[in-house]
Ligand binder design. Structure first.
Ligand code: G6P
Length: 611
């Protein structure tokens, strides 16, 4: 989704901005641009396409100053083209603005401005905002800062904005509501970004803006205020732990492959310090809330995309232990459909980025209803981490590939820890056995990863497939959903996940000798899923089996067979941590063989910060 980079300092701003925008490429975008200011005049370069296209523009050499703003756009209002790319100027070219988010009342503001004779040159809500700021500036006796503040008070919607004004060329103003924005504090220089990875090359000292905050930056000074009050806000600067090699590909061909292979280490990192020598679970971020969690009358888990699949596994884990119904809700629905949420509810939000707009809104609605909110989030200091009452950080390390892999696994690990912590508080003895098994998972995942070449060979048979079906029972049903999502996200092959028994109620009509069916098999419901496989087989479907059970019948029935050895003693509830790995590799290899850009699949964004 859109990315923001800004710079005020002593280096060439264009270089810093382009480097930062490249770091944000993984978020997904379709056009890019930047503005710098010199002698009270804006130099702006923008184009449809990649940052490498932006760098080739002849105008790029004109950016010599050390103040500037840059943007990668993921189209919402208006097609991806040069006119719609950011930065946007007002008609008089007095302002230059970059914006993430959506100005929801842009139609009414535009009508008002059209009435006043203002002319527009793009289809974007962002241009409406900059023209509005310019109109207010011309017609009120206010300075740059006061005008931006006034305009933002009229705006409905979400924004992370950075703006410059040619009358005050030493100053940059930024403000945030709903979209992420942060300041990086360097040596006599200040960076602005929507995502910390954009500026990690320069500083680890980060100051996160909160909603409704506005900051004025001039040389190496900054001043933060609330959009509606006058008093200054003093905030802590946080030191970020990420290192550059965590956000670089290293020797891997793709970030996605690197992240798949990082899973054993990420699992160890996410468990570290959380299980003591006596196998007691300790989760510092929810310590003070455990009794409220156990007393909750209703539990909801809300998330989007891959995180929603982890939530589904979490609901099985928690329900098995707490013997309470757990509802898993798509955040985009739950934010509007939450009538039964009240002060006796626990709402768990799962989000890799911690910035997903729907998940954030769902949490805020739950808070308004006095529910207890718990975040399972990867990005430290992100909005969902800050908004929830309590939480558990994932410690998966940064995930750059748009298709989530290690984040999914770690979300399941965290949910396993949470379920086991609650189990221990309720006196369930078998929890310690579970935790012994959890500690074995990193080695088993390493063994699975060594099958990558075998899976590559299987993948060669499917590059021309048009559809795929994924089947699983119990804990393997969400794994099937996630396997199907992975494949469609990066290879553009249509794929669906189904509870294996549901196949009879529809998808079986699709089965013919061109239909590959991935079946995920564990001890649990083994005989029943064998029958499902036979149903596929007798209709000519091609069966790819991923199994934790080494069975000769299964092998005979399968066209392709991947067995996970040494895991017969792993409890059923932990098997998704294993079975999901070959599915990630299958999707990866098929997509790479098809020549797809697996790290930046078309139309997708890593962090969806608009509704
Ligand atoms: C986007 C990403 C997915 C991710 C989903 C939820 O669609 O492409 O990979 O699962 O958002 O993101 P979150 O950051 O909330 O986990």
């Amino acid at each position: 989704m859109c990315g923001i980079v800004g710079y005020i300092g002593h280096q060439r701003a264009a270089d810093i901005i382009i480097q930062g925008l490249k770091r944000l490429e993984y978020r997904g975008y379709d056009s890019a641009g930047l503005s710098t200011i010199e002698n009270k005049m804006f130099y702006t370069s923008k184009c449809k396409g990649k940052i490498s296209d932006l760098q080739k523009l002849p105008s790029i050499v004109k950016h010599n100053n050390s103040i500037g703003i840059g943007h990668t756009r993921w189209a919402t209002h208006g097609e991806p083209n040069t006119n719609n790319a950011h930065p946007h100027h007002d008609y008089d070219k007095k302002f230059s603005l970059i914006h993430n988010g959506i100005i929801e009342n842009h139609y009414s503001i535009k009508e008002y401005l059209l009435d006043k004779g203002v002319e527009f040159s793009s289809d974007t809500d962002t241009e409406v905002l900059v023209q509005f700021i310019s109109y207010l500036y011309k017609n009120n006796n206010l300075d740059f800062y006061q005008t931006v503040k006034l305009a933002l008070q009229e705006v409905v919607g979400t924004y992370g904005i950075v703006i410059m004004c040619s009358d005050e060329p030493q100053k940059v103003i930024a403000a945030k509501k709903g979209s992420p924005l942060l300041l990086g504090i360097g040596n006599d220089e200040i960076f602005l970004a929507s995502d910390v990875s954009a500026i990690l090359d320069h500083t680890r000292n980060i100051l996160y803006l909160d909603d409704d905050e506005i900051v004025q930056i001039e040389s190496n000074n900054y001043k933060i205020n609330h959009i509606t009050h006058e008093h200054e806000i003093i905030k802590d600067i946080k030191e970020i732990e990420y290192t550059l090699d965590q956000i670089e590909k290293g020797n891997y061909k793709h970030f996605m492959l690197k992240e798949i292979f990082e899973q054993p280490k990420s699992i160890i990192d996410s468990i570290r310090g959380r299980i003591d020598a006596n196998n007691n679970v300790k989760l510092g971020g929810i310590d003070d809330y455990v009794s409220r969690i156990l007393d909750a009358e209703h539990i909801f888990i809300t998330a989007c995309g891959t995180s929603w699949h982890a939530a589904q596994i979490g609901s099985y884990l928690l329900e098995d232990i707490l013997k309470k119904p757990i509802k898993v809700e798509y955040a985009s629905e739950f934010r509007y459909h939450n009538k039964s949420v009240n002060e006796k509810s626990l709402v768990i939000a799962i989000s890799q980025s911690g910035e997903t707009a729907d998940t954030l809104a769902a949490i805020n609605k739950a808070k308004n209803k006095n529910a207890l909110t718990l975040g399972i989030v990867n990005v430290v200091g992100s909005a969902i981490a800050r908004e929830t009452d309590c939480g558990i950080y994932m410690h998966a390390g940064p995930e750059i590939g748009v298709a989530s892999t290690k984040a999914f696994t770690i979300q399941v690990v965290i949910l396993t820890l949470l379920a086991n912590l609650l189990a221990q508080k309720k006196g369930f003895k078998q929890s310690k056995k579970y935790l012994d098994s959890l500690k074995k998972i990193p080695n088993l995942v390493t063994e699975l990863l060594s099958m990558s070449d075998d899976i590559f060979n299987i993948s060669k048979s499917f590059i021309n497939a048009k559809n795929f079906l994924y089947l699983g029972r119990g804990y393997q049903f969400p794994v099937a959903l996630e396997g199907a999502l992975k494949l469609k996200e990066i290879s553009y092959i249509h794929a669906e996940g189904y509870p294996a028994a549901e196949m009879k109620h529809g998808p079986i009509a699709l089965i013919d000798n061109k239909m590959p069916v991935v079946v995920i098999v564990t001890e649990h419901g083994f005989d029943k899923i064998l029958s499902n496989i036979q149903e596929v087989k007798s209709r000519g479907g091609k069966i790819i089996t991923i199994s934790t059970v080494d069975s000769s019948i299964l092998k005979q029935l399968s066209d392709y067979y991947i067995t996970l050895n040494n895991c017969s003693d792993i409890p059923n509830a932990l098997t998704p941590l294993l079975t999901s790995i070959p599915l990630q590799l299958l999707a990866y290899h098929i997509a790479v063989l098809k020549g797809c850009n697996v790290d930046q699949p078309r139309n997708l964004a890593k962090s969806v910060t608009v509704e």
